[in-house]
Design a protein around this ligand. Structure first.
Ligand code: NAD
Length: 208
């Protein structure tokens, strides 16, 4: 089993989820890669230090640039607010790192395209955190559509209910740089889930 160095930028809700997952992966998929938690970065130094202690990162930083330049790191997880994904991803890709970026990858299509083009040109492996695509619930829906149990699909109305973005004080707590971004993120984070399901279903029907 080969070790692979990992760096995580952001220590909030998804930073914790990525860190848990990296810690667990070698136990769940033995014989593949063993992630080594090399470094974690957050603009909040206390949060970075706490995450390093809690999850076992070897180093912590407040400057993410140092993390993406770290030669011991092969994979960078970006779990920061959407508005800063592009800058971080382009720097990580330029440094030759594989990138797992949280969804939505960017606040607009131009930024997302920049990231995609850079990754393709560099030949690095990338992934976006569309974890629901692998959800057993959606796999069941997919098999029901494929088996014709739902008949001919003529329309789709998506509802995605979750309350993690219901925190109206979240923007205040995240500070002036992220107040507006949080408000936008509250809308598109949830909308993207339902549109993702719709896209998948449309593709499924086209294949059939
Ligand atoms: N895949 C999923 O299921 C899922 C679920 C929730 C959120 N998300 C996505 O994950 C991303 C993060 O969301 P979250 O809920 O974890 O947010 P959060 O606010 O809980 O955490 C963000 C973290 O990033 C840090 N940060 C902000 N700017 C930084 C910078 N310049 N350098 C270093 N650290 C910085 C913050 O201090 C904070 O710790 C967003 O893109 C969001 O859309 C994905």
């Amino acid at each position: 089993m080969r070790n692979i160095g990992v760096g995580v930028i952001g220590t909030g809700f998804m930073g914790k989820a990525h860190s848990f997952a990296y810690r667990a992966v070698a136990g769940i998929f033995p014989g593949s890669l063993r992630p080594v938690l090399q470094s974690v970065a957050d603009i909040n130094g206390e949060a970075a230090e706490q995450a390093a202690k809690q999850f076992g990162f070897l180093r912590w930083r407040t400057d993410w640039h140092a993390l993406v330049e770290d030669p011991d790191i092969e994979v960078v997880s970006i779990t920061t607010p959407n508005v800063v994904h592009r800058e971080m991803a382009l720097a990580a890709i330029a440094a030759g790192k594989h990138v797992h970026c949280e969804k939505p990858i960017a606040p607009n299509a131009d930024a997302a395209r920049d990231m995609m083009d850079a990754a393709e040109a560099a030949g690095v492996v990338t992934q976006v955190g569309y974890n629901y695509i692998k959800n057993p619930m959606l796999k069941l829906a997919r098999s029901m559509v494929a088996a014709g149990e739902l008949g001919e699909i003529t329309g789709f109305r998506g509802i995605h209910a979750e309350d993690c973005m219901a925190d109206i004080a979240g923007g205040e707590r995240r500070g002036p740089d992220f107040r507006e971004a949080w408000e936008i993120q509250r809308i598109i984070d949830t909308a993207v889930r339902s549109s993702k399901l719709r896209t998948w279903q449309a593709i499924e029907q086209a294949i059939e």
